[in-house]
Design a protein around this ligand. Structure first.
Ligand code: BG6
Length: 511
């Protein structure tokens, strides 16, 4: 299982295969998939018998597709770029023009895959990656099935990575599952959430369960509340059309933030095996108290960015002025929720979740605020006003763990200051560049679904956000845009905590 292979540079190369990318010209392919393959190749984890086949409508051939990928690779792998690694990978990258919504074209795809098997020795093992709009998922898998491309034998495997969003709501997620099962077994379906592939997300479990001092404090007796922030300074870029169907709640909360919540709040699993982990995450999601329509009005906040300036000063346009976006769009680019759990460990502890585009920083972190210590012995001194202890698990960037506590200011009077203990991954383990997709792609090639989502986890995620979606759809926003790009979101998000006598942790703007 992946977690035990965290030092994945020591793992063996994946078995021979062709990775077929539907949506080869999209952002995901350029920003994440090809860079992830680069990192895997750099770590010696791709087999020699390997090929990538981009399939799409654009009129390109192998050479022009390779050129296009080459244009972006340096930008996305940064300092890790190595020309010899790229050359090894790029000669395995191919392109085929097909209309993916045209069944007849899949016969040609089957023939082409056979040719690649001969050319690269990929033995008929295919990983189909659906980096396409969700409305096309089942059409593609239906045609793959009809062309016999999802038929496994004893000697070869066929797997499909299904990108998020997995459905638009609970009902459509269930329908999507039914539809996928018509052409393949559950074991062939890999529902991806790339947050599960991030080292620092997996490290939440190691930090919690491999350190004796943490678990006794990890409950309602000692923790006041938890803040989960996934802030992005980027806007919707070229994904306006996709984002108009999604919004922040579907795009980020239903999946990535609930993954973080699951890992922070779960009970210790019996092992890191797929089913043990899944059961514990599911128990957390089951324990989340449903929000009634009235709760939604007080526990959920939405926002949309207007034009503004990024912390570095650059002026950026409003969401509604982005390509592919309706100039009157009601879609939220910011969402914040207050969730509580009805279980023994967490009863009464609020979990505040927030995410947004065009915020003042690019940062994912979990801040755990402990309860204030009784300060009776420090009566009438500064100590009474000291901030409570806070533990921050920093997921990205500058991955690390940060703890704040009070210390005496040297001198005759009883002065106190908040000081920090910081652990930075890069300082200790060096910087291993990764997109979060490396482990997941590698695991899929190896048939390990532990870090992929099972259908019940996806459906529980939808159950949690469904009432919010219902209320937000029924009551279109009247104040959009309600935050300027480059800020921390709408003022109402501050009220979510202020009403409870709390405030969001101040995160440094990234300029
Ligand atoms: C994706 C969302 O799943 O996650 C994007 O669709 C978002 O909108 C991205 O930008 C964030 O991922 P990361 O790894 O950059 O935090």
């Amino acid at each position: 299982m992946s977690l035990t292979q965290s030092n994945y540079t020591q793992a063996p190369p994946a078995p021979p295969n062709v990775m077929v990318i539907f949506g080869p010209n999209g952002d995901l392919t350029k920003r994440k998939l090809i860079p992830a393959l680069f990192h895997l190749s750099n770590a010696g984890l791709l087999p020699d018998s390997f090929a990538v086949l981009g399939v799409g409508r654009r009129d390109m051939d192998d050479a022009s597709f390779r050129d296009l990928m080459a244009e972006h690779i340096r930008e996305h792998v940064g300092a890790a770029f190595d020309q010899s690694v790229w050359e090894r990978l790029v000669e395995r990258i191919h392109y085929m023009k097909i209309d993916i919504s045209e069944g007849a074209d899949y016969e040609r795809l089957r023939v082409r895959l056979g040719e690649l098997d001969t050319q690269h020795g990929t033995e008929g093992n295919y990983l189909f990656y659906t980096a396409i709009p969700p409305s096309l998922f089942t059409r593609v898998t239906g045609y793959l099935g009809a062309a016999g491309l999802l038929q496994e034998t004893e000697n070869d495997w066929r797997r499909v990575v299904v990108e998020k969003p997995f459905g638009q709501d609970l009902e459509s997620a269930a329908a999507l599952n039914r539809e996928l099962h018509r052409t393949m077994d559950e074991g062939q379906i890999y529902r991806i959430d790339h947050y599960l592939g991030k080292e620092t997300v997996q490290n939440i479990l190691v930090f919690r369960f491999a350190n004796g001092f943490i678990e006794p404090l990890w409950n309602r007796h000692h923790i006041d509340h938890v803040q989960l922030t996934v802030a992005e300074s980027v806007g919707v870029e070229h994904r306006g059309a996709y984002y108009e169907e999604a919004g922040a709640l579907r795009d980020m909360i239903q999946n990535h933030l609930l993954v973080l919540l699951g890992f922070i709040a779960m009970e210790p699993p019996n092992s890191f095996e797929s089913s043990a982990m899944r059961d514990e995450v599911n128990k957390v999601l089951d324990a989340v108290e449903p929000l009634s329509p009235e709760d939604v009005l007080t526990h959920a906040v939405r926002g949309q960015y207007g034009e503004g300036n990024l912390p570095g000063g650059e002026k950026v346009r409003a969401y509604r002025a982005s390509p592919g976006v309706d100039p009157q769009s009601p879609i939220e680019t910011f969402a914040a929720l207050k969730l509580t759990m009805d279980n023994w460990r967490w009863a009464g502890v609020p979990f505040y979740l927030r995410t947004g585009k065009r915020l003042a920083a690019q940062c994912t972190e979990i801040a755990i605020q402990f309860k204030k210590a009784p300060t009776v012995i420090f009566k009438n001194t500064d100590v009474e006003r000291i901030d409570p202890n806070m533990l921050v698990l920093r997921i990205q960037p500058a991955e690390g763990i940060h703890m704040s506590f009070g210390a005496k200011v040297p001198g005759q009077s009883m002065g106190v200051g908040t000081v920090n203990m910081d652990f930075c991954y890069e300082d200790h383990f060096g910087n291993k560049p990764a997109t979060g997709y490396e482990t997941l792609i590698y695991d899929c090639m190896n048939g390990d679904a532990t870090l992929y989502k099972h259908t019940d986890t996806v459906e529980k995620g939808w159950e949690i956000v469904q009432s919010v979606m219902d209320v937000w759809t029924a009551l279109p926003p009247r104040d959009f845009p309600n935050y300027a790009a480059g800020t921390w979101g709408p003022a109402t998000a501050d009220n979510l905590l202020k009403n409870d006598g709390r405030r969001w942790r101040k995160i440094k703007s990234s300029g």
